[in-house]
Design a binder for this molecule. Structure first.
Ligand SMILES: Cc1cc2nc3c(=O)[nH]c(=O)nc-3n(C[C@H](O)[C@H](O)[C@H](O)COP(=O)(O)O)c2cc1C
Length: 359
Protein backbone atom coordinates (compact mmCIF):
# COMPACT_ATOMS: atom_id res chain seq x y z
CA UNK A 1 0.00 0.00 0.00
CA UNK A 2 1.32 3.41 -1.01
CA UNK A 3 0.31 6.15 1.39
CA UNK A 4 0.62 9.93 1.15
CA UNK A 5 0.18 11.46 4.63
CA UNK A 6 -0.41 15.21 4.81
CA UNK A 7 0.10 17.17 8.02
CA UNK A 8 -1.33 20.69 7.90
CA UNK A 9 -0.45 21.93 11.39
CA UNK A 10 1.63 25.11 11.24
CA UNK A 11 3.21 24.14 14.57
CA UNK A 12 6.57 22.48 14.96
CA UNK A 13 7.56 19.19 16.62
CA UNK A 14 7.17 19.27 20.39
CA UNK A 15 4.16 21.59 20.15
CA UNK A 16 1.92 20.18 17.43
CA UNK A 17 -0.56 17.55 18.57
CA UNK A 18 -1.60 16.79 14.97
CA UNK A 19 2.02 15.86 14.33
CA UNK A 20 2.15 13.62 17.42
CA UNK A 21 -0.92 11.75 16.23
CA UNK A 22 -0.05 11.49 12.54
CA UNK A 23 3.49 10.32 13.33
CA UNK A 24 2.07 7.51 15.47
CA UNK A 25 -0.40 6.56 12.72
CA UNK A 26 2.31 6.59 10.06
CA UNK A 27 4.62 4.46 12.22
CA UNK A 28 1.87 1.87 12.56
CA UNK A 29 1.20 1.93 8.81
CA UNK A 30 4.88 1.33 8.14
CA UNK A 31 4.90 -1.53 10.65
CA UNK A 32 1.91 -2.95 8.77
CA UNK A 33 3.96 -2.95 5.56
CA UNK A 34 2.85 0.28 3.86
CA UNK A 35 5.16 2.68 2.06
CA UNK A 36 4.35 6.05 3.59
CA UNK A 37 5.45 9.56 2.65
CA UNK A 38 4.71 12.15 5.34
CA UNK A 39 4.48 15.69 3.95
CA UNK A 40 4.31 18.79 6.16
CA UNK A 41 2.24 21.34 4.27
CA UNK A 42 3.78 24.24 6.22
CA UNK A 43 7.05 23.51 4.41
CA UNK A 44 5.46 23.52 0.98
CA UNK A 45 4.28 26.22 -1.39
CA UNK A 46 0.63 25.56 -2.18
CA UNK A 47 -1.27 28.50 -3.64
CA UNK A 48 -5.01 28.94 -3.30
CA UNK A 49 -7.18 27.74 -6.18
CA UNK A 50 -8.02 30.81 -8.28
CA UNK A 51 -11.18 29.30 -9.80
CA UNK A 52 -10.12 29.79 -13.43
CA UNK A 53 -11.15 26.26 -14.54
CA UNK A 54 -8.12 26.06 -16.82
CA UNK A 55 -7.67 22.52 -15.42
CA UNK A 56 -11.12 21.67 -16.84
CA UNK A 57 -10.76 23.35 -20.24
CA UNK A 58 -7.46 24.41 -21.76
CA UNK A 59 -5.20 21.90 -19.98
CA UNK A 60 -7.55 19.11 -18.82
CA UNK A 61 -6.34 17.62 -15.56
CA UNK A 62 -3.46 20.09 -15.16
CA UNK A 63 -3.53 23.21 -12.96
CA UNK A 64 -2.20 26.49 -14.33
CA UNK A 65 -0.49 27.43 -11.03
CA UNK A 66 3.18 26.56 -10.91
CA UNK A 67 3.91 25.51 -7.35
CA UNK A 68 4.58 22.41 -5.22
CA UNK A 69 1.02 21.15 -5.69
CA UNK A 70 1.19 21.04 -9.48
CA UNK A 71 4.81 19.96 -9.70
CA UNK A 72 4.97 17.42 -6.89
CA UNK A 73 2.02 16.80 -4.59
CA UNK A 74 -0.91 16.28 -6.97
CA UNK A 75 0.97 13.63 -8.98
CA UNK A 76 1.96 11.89 -5.72
CA UNK A 77 -1.61 12.09 -4.41
CA UNK A 78 -2.93 10.52 -7.62
CA UNK A 79 -0.39 7.70 -7.41
CA UNK A 80 -1.19 6.91 -3.76
CA UNK A 81 -3.58 4.14 -2.72
CA UNK A 82 -4.41 6.04 0.44
CA UNK A 83 -4.21 9.68 1.53
CA UNK A 84 -4.07 10.64 5.21
CA UNK A 85 -5.37 14.14 5.89
CA UNK A 86 -4.16 15.27 9.33
CA UNK A 87 -5.36 18.71 10.37
CA UNK A 88 -5.81 20.73 13.54
CA UNK A 89 -9.44 21.70 14.09
CA UNK A 90 -9.71 25.43 13.33
CA UNK A 91 -13.10 27.06 13.70
CA UNK A 92 -14.67 23.58 13.76
CA UNK A 93 -13.26 22.57 10.39
CA UNK A 94 -9.98 21.89 8.54
CA UNK A 95 -7.36 24.63 8.71
CA UNK A 96 -6.62 26.86 5.73
CA UNK A 97 -3.58 25.01 4.39
CA UNK A 98 -5.43 21.69 4.39
CA UNK A 99 -8.38 23.34 2.68
CA UNK A 100 -6.03 24.81 0.07
CA UNK A 101 -4.65 21.33 -0.62
CA UNK A 102 -8.10 19.81 -0.95
CA UNK A 103 -9.35 22.59 -3.25
CA UNK A 104 -6.30 22.11 -5.45
CA UNK A 105 -7.32 18.50 -6.16
CA UNK A 106 -9.97 19.94 -8.51
CA UNK A 107 -8.13 18.69 -11.65
CA UNK A 108 -9.18 15.14 -10.67
CA UNK A 109 -12.75 16.05 -11.61
CA UNK A 110 -14.28 16.61 -15.02
CA UNK A 111 -16.50 19.65 -15.59
CA UNK A 112 -19.61 17.79 -16.77
CA UNK A 113 -22.79 17.39 -14.75
CA UNK A 114 -24.09 13.96 -13.91
CA UNK A 115 -26.90 12.87 -11.65
CA UNK A 116 -26.49 10.08 -9.12
CA UNK A 117 -28.85 9.34 -6.24
CA UNK A 118 -30.78 12.51 -7.08
CA UNK A 119 -27.72 14.74 -6.76
CA UNK A 120 -25.88 16.54 -9.53
CA UNK A 121 -22.12 15.98 -9.37
CA UNK A 122 -18.97 16.05 -11.50
CA UNK A 123 -17.56 12.76 -12.79
CA UNK A 124 -14.00 11.79 -11.94
CA UNK A 125 -11.14 12.08 -14.41
CA UNK A 126 -8.97 9.67 -12.40
CA UNK A 127 -9.46 7.52 -9.31
CA UNK A 128 -8.49 9.46 -6.15
CA UNK A 129 -6.79 7.65 -3.26
CA UNK A 130 -8.83 6.30 -0.39
CA UNK A 131 -8.98 8.49 2.72
CA UNK A 132 -8.06 8.39 6.38
CA UNK A 133 -9.03 11.60 8.09
CA UNK A 134 -7.40 12.73 11.34
CA UNK A 135 -7.99 15.85 13.41
CA UNK A 136 -7.14 17.14 16.87
CA UNK A 137 -8.94 19.86 18.86
CA UNK A 138 -8.44 22.02 21.92
CA UNK A 139 -11.92 21.61 23.42
CA UNK A 140 -12.48 18.38 25.32
CA UNK A 141 -15.82 17.17 23.93
CA UNK A 142 -16.04 14.70 21.03
CA UNK A 143 -18.94 16.77 19.66
CA UNK A 144 -16.51 19.47 18.48
CA UNK A 145 -15.87 17.26 15.45
CA UNK A 146 -19.54 16.82 14.45
CA UNK A 147 -19.56 19.44 11.70
CA UNK A 148 -16.17 18.39 10.34
CA UNK A 149 -17.10 14.71 10.35
CA UNK A 150 -20.35 15.36 8.52
CA UNK A 151 -18.40 17.20 5.78
CA UNK A 152 -15.65 14.54 5.69
CA UNK A 153 -18.22 11.77 5.22
CA UNK A 154 -19.95 13.71 2.44
CA UNK A 155 -16.77 14.63 0.56
CA UNK A 156 -14.66 11.50 1.03
CA UNK A 157 -17.28 8.87 1.85
CA UNK A 158 -18.62 8.40 -1.65
CA UNK A 159 -17.72 5.14 -3.45
CA UNK A 160 -16.54 3.67 -0.13
CA UNK A 161 -13.52 5.92 -0.23
CA UNK A 162 -13.37 6.72 3.49
CA UNK A 163 -11.38 4.09 5.41
CA UNK A 164 -11.52 5.81 8.79
CA UNK A 165 -11.85 8.99 10.83
CA UNK A 166 -9.63 9.61 13.85
CA UNK A 167 -10.61 12.48 16.13
CA UNK A 168 -8.76 13.47 19.30
CA UNK A 169 -10.46 16.18 21.41
CA UNK A 170 -8.71 17.88 24.33
CA UNK A 171 -5.42 17.22 22.56
CA UNK A 172 -3.46 20.07 24.14
CA UNK A 173 -3.12 18.15 27.41
CA UNK A 174 -1.29 15.31 25.66
CA UNK A 175 2.09 16.83 26.55
CA UNK A 176 1.18 17.57 30.19
CA UNK A 177 3.03 15.05 32.41
CA UNK A 178 -0.08 14.40 34.54
CA UNK A 179 -1.75 12.84 31.46
CA UNK A 180 1.40 10.99 30.38
CA UNK A 181 0.10 7.44 30.77
CA UNK A 182 -3.22 8.03 29.04
CA UNK A 183 -1.55 10.02 26.26
CA UNK A 184 0.92 7.20 25.68
CA UNK A 185 -2.00 4.81 25.35
CA UNK A 186 -3.76 7.15 22.89
CA UNK A 187 -0.60 7.28 20.77
CA UNK A 188 -0.04 3.54 21.00
CA UNK A 189 -3.66 2.99 19.91
CA UNK A 190 -3.18 5.42 17.02
CA UNK A 191 -0.16 3.38 15.97
CA UNK A 192 -2.29 0.25 16.23
CA UNK A 193 -4.90 2.01 14.04
CA UNK A 194 -2.20 2.51 11.41
CA UNK A 195 -1.37 -1.21 11.48
CA UNK A 196 -5.05 -2.14 11.26
CA UNK A 197 -5.75 0.15 8.30
CA UNK A 198 -2.97 -1.52 6.33
CA UNK A 199 -3.58 -5.11 7.39
CA UNK A 200 -7.38 -5.20 7.88
CA UNK A 201 -8.60 -2.18 5.89
CA UNK A 202 -10.38 -0.64 8.91
CA UNK A 203 -9.84 0.56 12.47
CA UNK A 204 -11.38 -1.72 15.09
CA UNK A 205 -13.87 -0.32 17.63
CA UNK A 206 -11.51 -1.31 20.50
CA UNK A 207 -8.66 0.70 19.01
CA UNK A 208 -10.97 3.64 18.33
CA UNK A 209 -12.18 3.50 21.93
CA UNK A 210 -8.60 3.85 23.17
CA UNK A 211 -7.85 6.73 20.78
CA UNK A 212 -10.90 8.68 21.93
CA UNK A 213 -10.67 7.81 25.65
CA UNK A 214 -11.33 10.64 28.07
CA UNK A 215 -8.11 12.41 28.98
CA UNK A 216 -9.57 14.98 31.36
CA UNK A 217 -12.44 13.23 33.11
CA UNK A 218 -13.44 16.24 35.16
CA UNK A 219 -14.66 19.18 33.07
CA UNK A 220 -14.41 21.51 36.07
CA UNK A 221 -10.70 20.66 36.44
CA UNK A 222 -10.22 21.22 32.68
CA UNK A 223 -11.75 24.71 32.90
CA UNK A 224 -9.93 25.55 36.14
CA UNK A 225 -6.48 24.50 34.88
CA UNK A 226 -7.04 25.90 31.39
CA UNK A 227 -8.11 29.29 32.69
CA UNK A 228 -5.25 29.36 35.17
CA UNK A 229 -2.77 28.60 32.40
CA UNK A 230 -4.12 31.39 30.12
CA UNK A 231 -4.23 33.86 33.02
CA UNK A 232 -0.62 33.02 33.93
CA UNK A 233 0.50 33.41 30.28
CA UNK A 234 -1.19 36.83 30.07
CA UNK A 235 0.35 37.96 33.37
CA UNK A 236 3.84 36.81 32.34
CA UNK A 237 3.45 38.12 28.77
CA UNK A 238 4.28 34.71 27.31
CA UNK A 239 2.73 32.42 24.70
CA UNK A 240 1.84 28.91 25.96
CA UNK A 241 4.92 27.54 24.15
CA UNK A 242 7.23 30.05 25.85
CA UNK A 243 5.50 29.47 29.18
CA UNK A 244 6.19 25.73 29.13
CA UNK A 245 9.67 26.11 27.65
CA UNK A 246 10.57 28.21 30.69
CA UNK A 247 9.29 25.39 32.91
CA UNK A 248 6.68 27.68 34.51
CA UNK A 249 3.69 26.42 36.47
CA UNK A 250 0.21 28.03 36.30
CA UNK A 251 -0.18 30.29 39.34
CA UNK A 252 -3.18 29.35 41.48
CA UNK A 253 -5.51 32.19 42.41
CA UNK A 254 -7.75 30.29 44.85
CA UNK A 255 -7.63 27.29 47.18
CA UNK A 256 -9.45 24.97 44.68
CA UNK A 257 -6.97 26.07 41.99
CA UNK A 258 -4.05 25.42 44.36
CA UNK A 259 -5.37 21.92 45.10
CA UNK A 260 -5.85 21.20 41.37
CA UNK A 261 -2.29 22.32 40.58
CA UNK A 262 -0.90 20.17 43.40
CA UNK A 263 -2.89 17.12 42.22
CA UNK A 264 -1.76 17.59 38.62
CA UNK A 265 1.86 18.15 39.59
CA UNK A 266 1.95 15.11 41.88
CA UNK A 267 4.79 12.71 41.13
CA UNK A 268 3.56 9.33 42.28
CA UNK A 269 6.89 7.57 41.71
CA UNK A 270 8.66 10.04 44.02
CA UNK A 271 5.96 9.61 46.67
CA UNK A 272 5.89 5.79 46.56
CA UNK A 273 5.92 4.39 50.09
CA UNK A 274 5.07 7.74 51.69
CA UNK A 275 1.99 8.16 53.86
CA UNK A 276 1.45 11.72 55.00
CA UNK A 277 -1.09 14.47 55.49
CA UNK A 278 0.07 18.01 54.72
CA UNK A 279 -2.11 20.88 55.81
CA UNK A 280 -2.00 24.51 54.68
CA UNK A 281 -3.33 27.55 56.47
CA UNK A 282 -3.39 30.51 54.10
CA UNK A 283 -3.71 34.17 54.95
CA UNK A 284 -3.66 37.42 53.00
CA UNK A 285 -5.21 37.73 49.52
CA UNK A 286 -6.74 34.23 49.84
CA UNK A 287 -7.63 32.95 53.30
CA UNK A 288 -8.54 29.45 54.44
CA UNK A 289 -7.17 25.99 54.99
CA UNK A 290 -6.85 22.83 52.94
CA UNK A 291 -4.90 19.59 53.01
CA UNK A 292 -3.26 16.94 50.86
CA UNK A 293 -3.37 13.27 51.81
CA UNK A 294 -0.57 11.21 50.22
CA UNK A 295 -1.08 7.47 50.42
CA UNK A 296 -0.46 4.37 48.24
CA UNK A 297 1.23 6.50 45.56
CA UNK A 298 -1.94 8.56 45.24
CA UNK A 299 -3.05 11.99 46.35
CA UNK A 300 -6.38 13.20 47.73
CA UNK A 301 -7.00 16.88 48.19
CA UNK A 302 -9.66 18.66 50.23
CA UNK A 303 -10.52 22.11 51.50
CA UNK A 304 -10.57 22.61 55.25
CA UNK A 305 -8.28 21.28 57.99
CA UNK A 306 -7.30 17.62 58.50
CA UNK A 307 -7.71 15.89 61.91
CA UNK A 308 -4.04 14.91 62.45
CA UNK A 309 -1.74 16.52 59.90
CA UNK A 310 1.88 15.32 59.80
CA UNK A 311 2.99 18.74 58.58
CA UNK A 312 1.26 22.11 58.76
CA UNK A 313 2.35 25.09 56.67
CA UNK A 314 1.10 28.52 57.72
CA UNK A 315 1.77 31.04 54.97
CA UNK A 316 0.48 34.12 53.23
CA UNK A 317 -1.16 32.76 50.04
CA UNK A 318 1.01 34.80 47.66
CA UNK A 319 4.25 33.67 49.39
CA UNK A 320 3.37 30.00 48.97
CA UNK A 321 2.26 30.54 45.36
CA UNK A 322 5.66 32.19 44.70
CA UNK A 323 7.33 29.08 46.12
CA UNK A 324 5.35 26.54 44.08
CA UNK A 325 5.69 28.48 40.82
CA UNK A 326 9.44 28.88 41.31
CA UNK A 327 9.39 32.66 41.81
CA UNK A 328 10.79 32.32 45.31
CA UNK A 329 13.15 29.82 46.86
CA UNK A 330 11.23 27.84 49.51
CA UNK A 331 14.22 27.41 51.82
CA UNK A 332 15.18 31.07 51.61
CA UNK A 333 11.59 32.19 52.25
CA UNK A 334 11.51 29.92 55.32
CA UNK A 335 14.79 31.31 56.68
CA UNK A 336 13.43 34.81 56.20
CA UNK A 337 10.39 33.84 58.28
CA UNK A 338 7.93 34.42 55.45
CA UNK A 339 6.04 31.25 56.40
CA UNK A 340 5.98 28.89 59.38
CA UNK A 341 5.79 25.11 59.66
CA UNK A 342 4.98 22.68 62.44
CA UNK A 343 5.28 18.89 62.49
CA UNK A 344 7.56 16.75 60.32
CA UNK A 345 10.00 19.20 58.70
CA UNK A 346 11.47 16.29 56.68
CA UNK A 347 8.23 16.28 54.67
CA UNK A 348 8.75 19.94 53.86
CA UNK A 349 12.16 19.07 52.42
CA UNK A 350 10.63 16.35 50.25
CA UNK A 351 7.80 18.42 48.86
CA UNK A 352 9.76 19.49 45.80
CA UNK A 353 10.21 15.77 44.99
CA UNK A 354 6.51 14.96 45.46
CA UNK A 355 5.44 17.90 43.33
CA UNK A 356 8.10 17.95 40.64
CA UNK A 357 8.02 20.66 38.01
CA UNK A 358 7.07 19.89 34.40
CA UNK A 359 9.55 17.98 32.28
C1 LIG B 1 -7.19 29.67 14.61
C2 LIG B 1 -7.52 28.56 15.58
C3 LIG B 1 -8.81 28.06 15.61
C4 LIG B 1 -9.13 27.02 16.49
N1 LIG B 1 -10.42 26.55 16.51
C5 LIG B 1 -10.75 25.55 17.34
C6 LIG B 1 -12.07 25.04 17.38
O1 LIG B 1 -12.95 25.47 16.64
N2 LIG B 1 -12.37 24.04 18.26
C7 LIG B 1 -11.40 23.51 19.08
O2 LIG B 1 -11.72 22.62 19.86
N3 LIG B 1 -10.12 23.96 19.04
C8 LIG B 1 -9.79 24.95 18.21
N4 LIG B 1 -8.48 25.42 18.17
C9 LIG B 1 -7.45 24.73 18.98
C10 LIG B 1 -6.63 23.72 18.17
O3 LIG B 1 -7.45 22.78 17.54
C11 LIG B 1 -5.66 23.01 19.10
O4 LIG B 1 -4.80 23.97 19.66
C12 LIG B 1 -4.85 21.93 18.42
O5 LIG B 1 -4.02 21.29 19.36
C13 LIG B 1 -3.96 22.46 17.32
O6 LIG B 1 -3.28 21.41 16.69
P1 LIG B 1 -1.68 21.44 16.51
O7 LIG B 1 -1.14 21.38 17.89
O8 LIG B 1 -1.34 20.26 15.71
O9 LIG B 1 -1.34 22.69 15.77
C14 LIG B 1 -8.14 26.46 17.32
C15 LIG B 1 -6.83 26.97 17.26
C16 LIG B 1 -6.52 28.01 16.41
C17 LIG B 1 -5.11 28.53 16.39
Amino acid sequence: MKVLALNSSPRKPGVSKTLLMVEALVEGMREGGARVDLVHLRERNIKNCVGCFTCWTKTPGVCILQDDMTKDLLPRWLEADLAVYATPLYHYTVNASMKAFIERTLPVLQPFFEEKEERIHHPLRAEPPKTIFLSVAGFPEMGVFDQLSSWVRFIFGRRDGLMGEIYRPGAEVMTVPYFREKSRDVLEATRQAGREVVTAGAISPETMGRITQELVEDKEAFKLMGNLMWKSCIEEGLTPKEFYEKGLVPRPDSIPAFLAVMAMGFNKEAAAGTKAVIQFGFSGEVEGSCHLRIENSGIHTAEGPAPNPDLTVESPFDVWMDVITGRADGRQAFLEGKYRVSGDAGLLMRMSEFFGRRE
